[in-house]
Design a protein. Structure first.
Lengths: 150, 150, 150, 150, 150, 150
């Protein structure tokens, strides 16, 4: 049976840190579904459609990668894709506590969905989407922090 | 002299984790005042009036429990109720640092008001109001996370 | 019914931080039993008997304080003293995680014994027994860190 | 190709928390090698041979589980078993920081060995081997904390 | 060559904790530039102009202190002032992780700009601008938390 | 007046992480005294004399660096060297809490001695002396983790 994992996030934008986790995840899973959660009430900085295109470019049409947008519970999305795993990256202890909460609630909503964690490589661990948006907004260079050209 | 404790929070909604802390608190205090802080500028997901009714239901009119709404400093509310203690639940280290700050400032505002902490039972520690609102918004089941029926 | 709490520790030595927690605990409990855990295999820096005498001096024969040495499970000691509470001080997040583990295992061993936490006042939060022993060993002054004269 | 993971630890003793992680790991890997690191200089509380027998009992001769003792670098052991993954459990933020260090050094020693983390179920997260030894030493009951009879 | 440091923040308001860090920083640097980051989209509680005046008052026209407002990347501001250092205060572990991220990204944007950290004195560590605004909004006294009269 | 900083540690061994902090510290201080604390009761893995030689080699007789061994309080050593600063590296939140305690006690012992913190570069943050000793003991390669040849 194919091992499918969902890699959920808002990816505003998708960073080198995310790229690192997905590439490591491909050793573990037969398919990784990168799932961009979007909420029509919440304004994004990088539009979902653009981000889907950029992520596709980064992975160069790798057939083990799917990229989707969704606005439902992650457990519902997982069922549609026959995914038994959630893939998540950990950068630091603040991440850990947040992820711990999400993992327990996911387990409560769907006992068959297992959360699997990989640790972000140290050179990417400081990068997060919020800081990248901030730097970009003020005209700073962010190209080396992203796995594609903006 | 009666030992009275304030249990302050926004309780949007009041969860099984909160319920657990109040029940443990009743071993320590003669009266626990559950105090729903609300700020007219800030939109709630569950209205204050509904939440007061639901919490009352959960405690089944226990005479050692009072439920109030307030929009003033917690130290002022404590004085009105002759409360010498603030009761707080700790779930994880992020909670701890936040609570540590609140406790020191409370002490500065009223040196006689002591903050008392109980640790949330592990099966409830992952639950928080933000996650419950998120699940409820997308139509997920939340009944087992709350001490009353919605 | 009298509310009795055990305040367990190795107290090698008992510091101003411990003194602060016990004094706050006296507002909450009718009796606090300061319980020096000692293990005949483990060498202490300050002998148990001396420490019992010094702590007694610090509290000036307060009748709400008992000081005992013990070498058994804390839950067994609690039963002998009809204590329904363990009093613990929290200084920082490392403390919190350790205490969280101890509290859950205590609960497993005796479901009626509740762990109650108070936060150490900021001016005492950096003091711990290990650092005091280190300073004392090299002849540094430690008098202002202890609630008694050495 | 078979996905093999090493689950290294001192397991003094192997707890319900470890049992939980291995069982979750079996969804992800075709074989899990439980590897008891032992150091001839360091005294154990539960002998390695006894622990191997007890763990075998707990898993009831599951053919996807191997149990070995080792005293070499974990990366060397992994090569012998053609393991491309290290399986690790996370209980709290202190665990996370320690594991983060180990994972980076492992990566430095063998770039093909990926560390994979699962979060311990909340009911087991407080249990650790040190506390179990402490309770056992004083004659407290530990049977409900272990996946086998002592 | 003069050692110049930027001390960036939103300072809404500037607190005794900030005052403590700048005073310690003056032992290390020949000039400290207190830089109030402001974003025209984001509403402040205390206007930037008032805060500049109040901070000036607190430092009593010390010639080693400059106070400026800015709305650009901190690395650009640093270049204008020939500052080779960013001065930052640390109060707790949550601060640390945030600062760690900022420091790494700063390094990426300008490899010559070094982040230097001082730990806030314990009596000020619980104070943060958010709590002060909250207390002030409800009419609580905040004068002892600020190095100037409001 | 010369700005002198003590960089204290057991340095068993001195790592690339330590090397990184000292090099950054040289931008801030006119002299950095690398001070190897040793305790005659405590067995080292790498002898003090060897380590002094290796560190000297790493810094290539830089005249702004001094290397000394000491077995007294760090505050006493600082006085002898007219050092007004302690230089310390921070790698993660566990480091932070430990350093916070040390910094407060140092302040208590000598109010004029300021602790200054730099954050270890991410590629070195996982390295610590304990892990290096462990790898070396089992014959693993450690050369790329040290700023000198063993």
């Amino acid at each position: 049976m194919k091992r499918v994992a969902i890699f959920p996030g808002s990816f505003d934008p998708f960073t080198n840190g995310h790229f690192d986790i997905v590439n490591k995840g491909l050793k573990l899973f037969d398919e990784v579904v990168i799932a961009i959660g979007h909420n029509t009430n919440k304004q994004r900085y990088f539009p979902v459609e653009d981000m889907i295109a950029k992520i596709g470019e980064a992975f160069n049409d790798n057939e083990h990668i799917k990229i989707v947008a969704y606005s439902e519970l992650t457990v519902s999305l997982a069922r549609k894709h026959n995914a038994k795993f959630l893939l998540r990256g950990l950068r630091n202890t603040t991440d850990f506590e947040y992820e711990n909460s999400i993992a327990q609630v996911t387990k409560y909503l769907d006992n068959d969905l297992e959360s699997v964690f990989l640790i972000t490589s140290p050179q990417y661990a400081a990068i997060n989407s919020t800081i990248i948006r901030e730097v970009h907004r003020y005209g700073g260079k962010v190209d080396d922090l992203l796995p594609y050209k903006l």
